[in-house]
Design a binder for this molecule. Structure first.
Ligand code: GLC
Length: 429
């Protein structure tokens, strides 16, 4: 049979199968579920393959509407849609910090998740982060805790150790940058991170401050703690990186810009989330096989520790969806061991299910996962629980103040004084 005939034969047999399925009722509820999700790393490119088993099983379709990469911009867009009770979007991919602010717009998933066994399979703290006044607002699909990415080849070449304090990192980055540039490697930088004024800077700066014994902005009991000397010292330290070991452009970097520079081989160190691991080892990456990851460095002084900000993403079903049942089913699938394993193998995301940290294939793809449950279980939460509906505004005030310090517009002590006053106005009414 020639190609054309073969295609026609295939098509008519597919049509016959569809007709048979439709007659049997199996496709009767085939609906399209529209999902919105951020466009970081390979998430958008991998979406079709990820949802294929669910589509095949249910006869439904899942369609992805990509959102901006910035979490802050996504939140703004989601809030508009939800306030307008938009029924075009069925499923929202939500950041770990949003549950209290958006809870009222989402369907309670407690019963469905319990029946699917997902409550007992998840790390309890992750379920807790998505529970607001007894309602499970979203199904966890992956968790996030950042790492210090470092170039094994360059550290070895220059006889340097993996830094465990920020002071060591600063010194090692400068030393390797200087030596490499002296050898003609003129594009190299010591350290890249997220310095843009957005949610990602809240994450980075919380790590500098917490690791330096300066607290966590607003403490779990609601105390506004950010105006202190250790916090100011941490911000001054970061300001000192800009233009020395980090390019001036870092002030506009989000995750993807940092990864871009890192993956062309032009950075010794990078602060980023786990998604950058498999991409960095991809065939098109200049650093393939030349890097490893470690916990972020500690600060100095009393209370110094290594601190990682807790991140992570979830699936929430819109109350305004006309396909709630199918959307819930897709959320459960995306939170299942089957889909979380795919995500770990293809995107390097950390599962929210403890069992997957013992899965040999997951560990082979991401060997450092064996060390990471400890890191994210001790990770620092952003103050979304104590600030509730005011979290977004709290974070915006915080990253705006931090940005003014690292860009040299304001001195850290003054910026933190003003920030404290603004947070008091916002939170203490
Ligand atoms: C990562 C984290 C998320 C965080 C964001 C900031 O996506 O998982 O929680 O808000 O980075 O850029």
């Amino acid at each position: 049979m020639n190609h054309k005939l073969k295609a026609i034969a295939l098509r008519s047999s597919a049509l016959a199968t569809l007709a048979a399925l439709a007659a049997s009722g199996a496709l009767a509820q085939g609906v399209q579920v529209t999902v919105v999700s951020g466009a970081v790393g390979a998430a958008v490119a991998n979406f079709d393959a990820l949802v294929k088993p669910w589509e095949d099983r249910t006869g439904n379709d899942a369609v992805l509407v990509p959102m901006p990469a910035s979490t802050t911009d996504q939140f703004g867009q989601y809030r508009l849609w939800l306030a307008a009770q938009n029924s075009d979007i069925d499923l929202y991919q939500t950041d770990v910090i949003w549950a209290p602010q958006l809870a009222e717009h989402f369907v309670d998933m407690t019963e469905a998740a319990t029946q699917a066994g997902l409550i007992e399979q998840n790390f309890p703290s992750i379920i807790e982060s998505q529970t607001v006044e007894g309602k499970l607002v979203a199904i966890p699909i992956f968790t996030d805790a950042p790492a210090l990415y470092y170039r094994t080849d360059l550290l070895e070449k220059h006889g340097a150790e993996v830094p465990t304090t920020w002071a060591e990192l600063t010194e090692t980055a400068q030393k390797i940058q200087d030596a490499e540039r002296a050898e003609g490697n003129s594009e190299i930088w010591g350290f890249v991170w997220q310095g843009n004024a957005y949610e990602g800077l809240t994450c980075d700066a919380l790590e500098w401050i917490k690791s330096n014994g300066g607290g966590q902005i607003v403490e779990p009991d609601g105390t506004i703690s950010v105006n202190n000397e250790q916090a100011a010292a941490a911000l001054e330290m970061a300001r000192g990186w800009v233009g020395t070991i980090s390019p001036e452009g870092v002030l506009a970097y989000q995750e993807e810009e940092a990864r871009g520079l890192w993956q062309t081989g032009n950075a010794v160190f990078m602060r980023n989330w786990p998604y950058a691991y498999l991409l960095g080892n991809g065939d098109d990456s200049a650093v393939k096989g030349k890097f490893d990851v470690a916990p972020l460095p500690m600060g100095s002084g009393e209370g110094a520790q290594s601190a990682a900000t807790l991140g992570g993403w979830n699936m929430a079903v819109s109350k305004y969806s006309q396909h709630q049942e199918a959307a819930m089913d897709l959320a459960l699938y995306l939170g299942s061991a089957e889909a979380q394993k795919q995500r770990s193998l293809n995107e390097g995301n950390l599962p929210t299910l403890p069992a997957l940290y013992e899965d040999p294939e997951v560990l082979e793809a991401n060997p450092y996962f064996a060390r990471w449950p400890e890191v994210f279980q001790q990770a620092v939460p952003r103050p979304s629980a104590p600030t509730q509906g005011d979290y977004n505004e709290t974070s915006t005030l915080f990253f705006t103040a931090v940005h003014s310090v690292i860009s040299g517009e304001e001195d850290a002590a003054d910026a933190l004084d003003d920030l404290e006053a603004d947070l008091e106005d916002l939170l203490e009414d």
